[in-house]
Design a protein around this ligand. Structure first.
Ligand code: ADP
Length: 444
């Protein structure tokens, strides 16, 4: 058997691999969230809509046909496996596609269909017969821009003569050239250069402008300023849309500067809960007993997959190596990996190539992978002072409505961390049952 775990931090002799992982940047989180999710999050939460213009027709559609799209576009949507609009789409699309165009600010968590909504809008607004940029979408990073481009390309696959241009690092154009693609997707700095400095295209000729991931955008130095400078060059007729996964004060202020008279749509985030989760703990004397427990549990993971959380990279790497030596297929994900490495490990896990993914704190919220049925806390989450980190516990283990069915959490606890377990129990008001690992297969 060939060991399949990848990305050992010890291979290159990384000097301080027992450090706790640094949290991911907002951009990295956002990207990973996009990749990890295969499907749509169908939120049960209500939409909150703030109408700017009381006379604007605000209705919602339950089908894509009702939007009277170009047949080629409808074909693209169906080929992507979209049968009906998501919640945010059913409200946003009629307004986004209305004539005259309406500006919009929309907030809903990652995975609810925002990208698909604005891609559709751009595609239905641009004229493929005209060979110059008409739609522009700004994204905070190279990787996020590529993600969007892939959606636009797929959705617009049947529209003849339509093409997309990336304005991101690595892309270059000869001086004096003009861009002929109808849609540009890029990062603010490059777009500003191309539009203003080199005049590869005319910003005032755009008819539709999208700013995606506004919350990530403002977290990146310079992006906000560049975006505003781009916005100032648009014609007053250009439709402006801004999307964000969160909607705090800073995002709101940025949105106000960017988007004149918008219709504002907000979809509340679904709360995670421990309601359908069976929580257990196993008492272990030391790390070797913890290892024994994991190996017993591995033996009974027949349906679904498991995630194991460790406190340090060193423990994570140690555990991965030991399990791999036993011939088990495990993935290891920790902070020192590049985004590309993380993505490939996550992809493998999502495809089921590994049954177990071992990770440090980094990704607690990113991985709402449906098939994860068991979460093992090899170490309980604690804060800097050694107290229970209940929020992280909830992100690791809690589920939102979509995954509502059931899940199992197993906490490996030694004498020293028993008090953390008690704190967690108390915080959530839910009992965590003692589990004898020998009986683990009786626990449904
Ligand atoms: P967001 O931009 O809010 O993160 P996306 O537009 O990327 O959300 O959509 C999340 C996932 O759901 C993607 O995998 C996308 O292909 C899928 N999706 C989007 N809209 C629909 C729909 N109407 N029906 C089915 N799947 C959809």
């Amino acid at each position: 058997r060939s060991p399949t775990y990848s990305g050992s931090p010890e291979k290159n002799g990384a000097p301080s691999n027992d450090e706790e992982d640094k949290p991911l940047s907002v951009a990295e989180k956002s990207l990973l969230q996009k990749i990890v999710r295969k499907g749509l999050i169908e939120s049960k939460q209500e939409l909150e809509i703030q109408r700017k213009d009381p006379h604007s027709p605000l209705y919602s559609v339950k089908t894509f046909e009702a939007l009277h799209l170009k047949p080629e576009l409808l074909k693209g949507i169906y080929e992507m496996g979209f049968y009906a609009p998501s919640k945010i789409q059913e409200t946003a699309l009629p307004t986004l596609l209305a004539d005259p165009p309406h500006n919009m600010v929309a907030q809903s968590q990652s995975g609810t269909g925002k990208t698909a909504a604005f891609s559709l809008t751009m595609l239905s607004r641009v004229n493929p017969k005209i060979q110059e940029p008409q739609g522009l979408c700004l994204a905070p990073t190279y990787e996020l821009a590529i993600q969007i481009g892939e959606v636009v390309a797929k959705m617009g696959k049947f529209i003849t003569d339509l093409s997309v241009r990336y304005a991101v690092r690595g892309e270059n154009l000869e001086r004096g050239k003009k861009i002929t693609e109808q849609i540009i997707i890029g990062t603010p700095g490059k777009v500003l250069d191309w539009g203003l400095k080199y005049r590869f295209f005319d910003l005032s000729k755009l008819t539709v402008f999208v700013l995606d991931e506004a919350d990530v955008m403002i977290a990146t130095q310079g992006h906000q300023d560049f975006s505003l400078r781009i916005q100032k060059r648009l014609s007053p007729e250009c439709q402006i849309m801004l999307f964000s996964a969160t909607y705090d004060k800073e995002v709101m202020e940025f949105a106000q500067d960017m988007v004149p008279n918008p219709l504002i749509i907000k979809l509340k985030r679904e709360e995670e809960s421990l309601d359908n989760i069976k929580q257990h703990y196993v008492l272990c004397k030391n790390i070797d007993e913890k290892y024994e427990a994991v190996s017993n549990i591995y033996g009974v993971v027949t349906i679904g997959q498991a995630m194991i959380f460790c406190h340090t990279r060193k423990t994570a790497a140690w555990l991965a190596e030991k399990l791999t030596k036993e011939g088990l297929n495990v993935g290891l994900l920790s902070g020192e990996l590049t985004v590309e490495q993380r993505l490939s490990i996550l992809d493998r896990f999502r495809e089921g190539k590994e049954k177990v993914l071992i990770t440090t704190n980094v990704l607690a919220r990113g991985i709402d992978v449906e098939q994860v049925t068991i979460v093992i806390n090899f170490d309980l989450p604690i804060d800097m002072e050694g107290k229970a980190d209940c929020e992280t516990y909830l992100h690791r283990i809690g589920r939102t409505g979509r995954f509502g069915k059931s899940g199992i959490a197993i906490n490996l606890v030694d004498q020293g961390s028993l008090h953390v377990l008690k704190e967690i129990e108390k915080h959530f008001g839910k009992k965590i049952e003692l589990l004898d690992t020998e009986d683990v297969d009786d626990q449904g």
